[in-house]
Design a protein around this ligand. Structure first.
Ligand code: CA
Length: 459
């Protein structure tokens, strides 16, 4: 066979999709899909232990890839977590420490600073098509719009929450296609799924990056018959509504996977699924068992989340990975998968997870993970976690024996407490003051963290 006919034959085989090997070298750079759920608790998936609400499509990512048991986000609330995820850096390094409050009441400084490079910017510079569907929550001003932060396409809303059934409910926070408000008629979770599938179909011939940020299962708790009617056995009305909202999210992930499969792209697409913070159990009936704490807290229930990854062409299936990882790792993992290199001056905090899940790297991906959310703060190093919920004293837990953070060992083990406090303070000294305050929703305002004088001047 001469070279030309070999290439034609190869192209024919690749084009058919069916004859691609299920493992081994993919035919080109992978597509990247990052799916973010909102306010989904640690135990809200079947694969995480949920028994009354099936989530077979999301669970399939764990079966086909990796489930991280100790997957974290960098903040226990929405916007700062997203700032960390989309930059690969602890968001307190650039002052993005708190949520903004609603569009009409947001601090004038609010938004992901223009000094930061987003994952979309990076993927675009690698030649990828970039699309975003869903909740942005990283700035309301025109220069902070997703189309100005590396995305070719945007469908969604800029705020922190949205009605699922009334597109025009909040005039300050409309559903947008690009920059134009649209009167969306479909249930919002289904509309986001439709738009995601549309992007995948339009861009199927190019390497693409899709950032799909469902606002499900964040409030408002709005039942929709199409999904809630599947759960007649759940008697409690709010839990039944939650079940419907979660079923819509799971159906959405299923439709995204089917669209990839129908285009022959599932094997060579790197997919992440994470929640942006732990469940606000009282707010939406979500569950964080066996963890203690909820959204807004640096206890495990606020920051440890469902965290899944699938890339069938390259990553083994059915892996359960138990060392701590964090959503900051998504950025460098995606760039490495695409064959790119992050320059050292970008100073990422995340690491490329691919060698770890493949078993090539045996050490822990991170020496320690850190959290600062105003006064509440925490560090996890190995099995040890030191945390401070407010102005109270530091608490110390050993998560290998006490995942529910019930037995404070700070008094019994002062040496470990001091060691972790010193490590935390060394990290804390690298951070700047928050660029805007914590939105006051009738609660007592948090004290600002201690910050060095020269950083205070920068902020
Ligand atoms: Ca959230």
């Amino acid at each position: 066979m001469d070279r030309r006919s070999f290439l034609q034959t190869t192209a024919g085989l690749l084009g058919s999709g069916a004859l691609l090997p299920s493992r081994g070298a993919p035919s080109g750079r992978p597509n990247i899909v990052v799916i973010v759920a909102d306010d989904l608790g640690y135990m809200d998936l079947g694969v995480q232990g949920c028994r009354d609400i099936p989530t077979p499509n999301i669970d399939s990512l764990a079966a086909g890839g990796v489930r991280f048991t100790d997957g974290y986000v960098s903040c226990p609330v929405c916007s700062p977590t997203r700032a960390g995820l989309i930059t690969g850096r602890y968001q307190q390094r650039f002052g993005h420490e708190f949520n903004p409050g609603p569009a009409t009441a947001a601090d004038a400084n609010f938004g992901l600073p223009l000094t930061e490079t987003t994952l979309a910017d990076r993927m675009k510079s690698l030649g990828y098509s970039t699309g975003m569907v869903g909740k942005w929550h990283l700035g309301y001003r025109p220069e902070l719009h997703p189309l100005k932060r590396g995305f070719d396409e945007f469908f969604g809303f800029l705020g922190g929450a949205h009605s699922y059934v009334n597109a025009l409910a909040d005039k300050a926070n409309p559903i947008l296609r690009g920059t134009e408000p649209v009167d969306e008629k479909e249930y919002l979770t289904d509309a986001f799924t439709r738009e995601a599938a549309g992007f995948l179909n339009r861009r199927r011939k190019e390497p693409f990056f899709l950032y799909l940020t469902y606002n499900a299962v964040h409030g408002p708790m709005e039942p929709v018959d199409k999904y809630t009617s599947r759960f007649p056995s759940i008697a409690e009305p709010r839990r039944r509504t939650f079940a419907g909202m979660l079923a819509a999210l799971d159906a959405g992930v299923g439709a995204v996977l089917k669209t990839l499969r129908d285009n022959g792209l599932e094997e060579n697409t790197l997919i992440f699924f994470v929640s942006d913070n732990g469940g606000p159990t009282a707010g939406n009936t979500s569950r964080n068992d066996p963890l203690r704490g909820v959204k807004g807290q640096v206890l495990e229930g606020g920051i440890r989340v469902p965290f899944l990854m699938q890339w069938k062409a390259r990553v083994p299936a059915g892996v359960v990975y138990r060392r701590p990882v964090i959503a900051l790792d998504i950025f460098p993992t995606a760039v490495a998968a695409a064959g790119g290199k992050v320059p050292a001056e970008a100073r990422l905090d995340g690491v490329n997870l691919l060698p770890y899940v493949a078993g090539k790297e045996k050490a822990a991906p991170h020496e320690a993970l850190y959290w600062r959310f105003g006064q509440p703060a925490a560090i996890r190093q190995g099995d040890w976690k030191l945390l401070r919920q407010g102005e109270d004293a530091w608490q110390l837990y050993n998560l290998s024996e006490d995942v529910g953070e019930a037995k404070d060992l700070a008094a019994a083990n002062p040496a470990k407490r001091k060691e972790l406090e010193a490590a935390y303070e060394a990290w804390n000294r690298q951070l700047m003051a928050p660029r805007w305050g914590r939105p006051d929703r009738g609660r007592k305002q948090e004290k600002q963290p201690r910050v060095r004088r020269k950083d205070r001047a920068k902020a």
